[in-house]
Structure formats: C-alpha cells, structure tokens
Design a protein around this ligand. Structure first.
Ligand code: ATP
Length: 320
C-alpha cells in the first residue's frame, strides 16, 4: 500500500478506537433541552410544535404505559401524506389521527417500519454507530432505566450528524490523516441519481423519495446545474396545520417556506479530500453534500450515512 493508504488506514483506526472508548453520553452537550411528545397528541398539532421549536423530530412517550414509544420524524409525515393520497376520502378521519395511530398508518399504506433501536447512554459510542448502520435508523434514542422504579427514561437522541461532528471536533489530529479524495475512495452515489426540477411538485418529490428510499433530491436546471436540494424535512412546513393543498405546489414555492435560519445546501468536488469534509462538518450543520463539477453540474450525493459507513467499516474485512 502507498504511504497515503497507510496514513488513511491509521487515521481510520484511531477514529474507531476513539469511538470505542467514548460513550453516547459523551456526545451530549453539558446542557440541552429535550422535547418529548405524548402519544395522545393529534398528529396535526405536532407539526406546529416542531416548527415553533425549530426541530424536525422528537421522541414519543406513551404516558398510559409509562414507556418510550419511538421517534417521530419526517418519515412519519411522509407516511401520513401517502395515506392521504391512497385514501383521499378519509381526510376527516386523518384530521383526528393521533401519534398513537402512526403504526396503523404504516400498516395501511404497507410501509416497512423503521426499526426503533435504542441504546443505553453509557454503552460505547461505537456500538451506537454500528447499530445505526445496520438498521438504517438515522437517529437513536438514548434510553436509561431508573434503578428504583424500573421505568424507562429518554435521555436524548443522537443523530449521525452529532456523531460525525463529535468525531470532527475531537479528532482533528486523526482526521487530517484522511487525505484521500472523495473520488479515490468512491464516497457517495454517482450513478442513477434521483433529481428533479424547480417546477416539479412537492408530491412528485415525496413519491420519488419513497420509491428510492432516500431523503434528499438535488434540484437541477435544464443543464443539470445544481440549484438546491429538496429534503424530507422540507415536507413539514408544507402540511402545517393539517392542510394538504400545498403538496401540489412546486418545489420552488416549497423551498421558500424554509425557516430563515435554514443552512441551505453544501457542495463539494470529487477532488476534495475526506479531511476537508470533516472540516465542513466541524464548522457547519451539514446533513449531506451535493457533489458538483467546476460548472456546478451535478455529479453525485454524499449522505452522512455514506461518511459514517466509510469511517466505521472501510477496510475492516482485510484486517483480522
Ligand atoms: P439522512 O440524509 O436523512 O441523514 P442517510 O444518510 O441515510 O439519511 P439518504 O439520503 O437516505 O441519507 O441516502 C441513502 C443512500 O442513497 C446513500 O448511499 C446516498 O448516497 C444515496 N442517495 C442519497 N440521495 C440520492 C439521490 N438523490 N439519488 C441517488 N442516490 C441518493
């Protein structure tokens, strides 16, 4: 192997070792808030709660049973929209659905539920990462059990972004060793990309995300130049208040409804090195990178799961 390969391997190993000696608890900031929603809440009402608090997901609590009941995410709203499309006559019923109905909605539309795995906050972070990759869960709740009452408590939720940011902030001396470029390591997806134009509708985008099992669609012009990206979370403001008319709006109109503090999209080139991606993660709240060429034309998509996967498992097969 070349010196570059060797260094890359050393960097990856150091990061993996770091993840094995840190716990999920270590990722949490000293002070944070956690918004937990009761399963009895009307789905319609939860949209405003998320928007008002500038969050896109929340753990759900079953207060009758005193148990953690899963995590509410943009995927659940997309399921609700699919239900609305499949059963348009049931709109009045849809209005009355509570969070506790989400599993029934999944069943009705035939969606495969995302496995809800939780981890104990004091388990190694490495374990949480492996679980994330295995289940495709993008966020994992940290659930502890009270010694005295035996009751579950949700401490927080860790996401792929939080983990990668934690790596980036605490491992600058290791991430600088990752000098191979995005092209060299084949990071991300470059073929059969799902894209749309500004004048496609929100509903078109939702159907595409569901069909392709992805959470982001680059929006390009007629020359394949990247203009923006439509993300699963962009669906939330479109159905605020339980109104579904805006789903027929164009993607361009929907993107105008993004919150003012929305970070927008991040791009990179195929010649960028993995360490520069970690710099971006360290500095900004990035959820994925759109890969473009010098003319800003679309080349590929790098999701956080692509990065996490590479950092965790690349080259593992050939080492004992
Ligand atoms: P999230 O981005 O919500 O954190 P994730 O990291 O799993 O979740 P997805 O967008 O669901 O990201 O990506 C899943 C896989 O599909 C990744 O390997 C990614 O490269 C690929 N992918 C993402 N967007 C597209 C797209 N528009 N076209 C083709 N492939 C895509």
């Amino acid at each position: 192997p070349s010196p570059l390969d060797k260094e890359q391997r050393q960097g990856l190993k150091a990061i993996r070792d770091f993840l094995k000696v840190r716990t999920s608890y270590d990722v949490l900031p000293l002070s944070f808030r956690l918004i937990v929603l009761d399963t009895d809440l009307l789905i319609k009402k939860t949209l405003n709660i998320l928007i008002q608090n500038s969050i896109v997901s929340a753990p759900v609590w079953d207060s009758q049973r005193g148990r953690f009941a899963g995590i509410l995410t943009a995927t659940d709203y997309i399921n609700v929209i699919q239900y609305y499309c499949q059963f348009p006559d049931e709109i009045s019923k849809l209005d009355q659905f509570r969070l506790s109905s989400l599993r029934d909605i999944e069943k009705a539309i035939g969606a495969t539920p995302i496995e809800t795995v939780s981890v104990h906050p004091s388990r190694p972070l490495y374990e949480a990462c492996r679980r994330m990759l295995k289940t495709r869960a993008r966020r994992i709740p940290l659930v502890d059990v009270d010694d005295e009452t035996g009751r579950e408590t949700v401490i927080s939720v860790i996401t792929q972004y939080r983990i990668l940011k934690f790596i980036a902030v605490n491992n600058e001396h290791n991430t600088v060793m990752l000098k191979k470029t995005v092209r060299e390591i084949g990071l991300g997806t470059y073929t059969n990309l799902a894209t749309m134009h500004m004048d496609n509708t929100v509903l078109d985008a939702i159907h595409m995300m569901v069909d392709r099992n992805i959470s982001c669609i680059p929006i390009v012009d007629a020359e394949n130049r990247v203009l923006n990206a439509f993300e699963a979370v962009d669906v939330i403001p479109c159905i605020r208040g339980g109104a579904y008319e805006e789903l027929d709006d164009s993607i361009g109109e929907a993107l105008c409804r993004r919150p003012d503090d929305s970070p927008g999209i991040y791009t990179c080139g195929e010649a960028d090195r993995l360490d520069s991606l970690f710099d971006t993660i360290r500095k900004s709240r990035v959820h994925r990178l759109i890969v473009v060429d010098d003319d800003n034309k679309l080349k590929g998509v790098i999701s956080l799961s692509d990065i996490l996967k590479y950092v965790l498992v690349h080259g593992e097969e050939d080492s004992p």
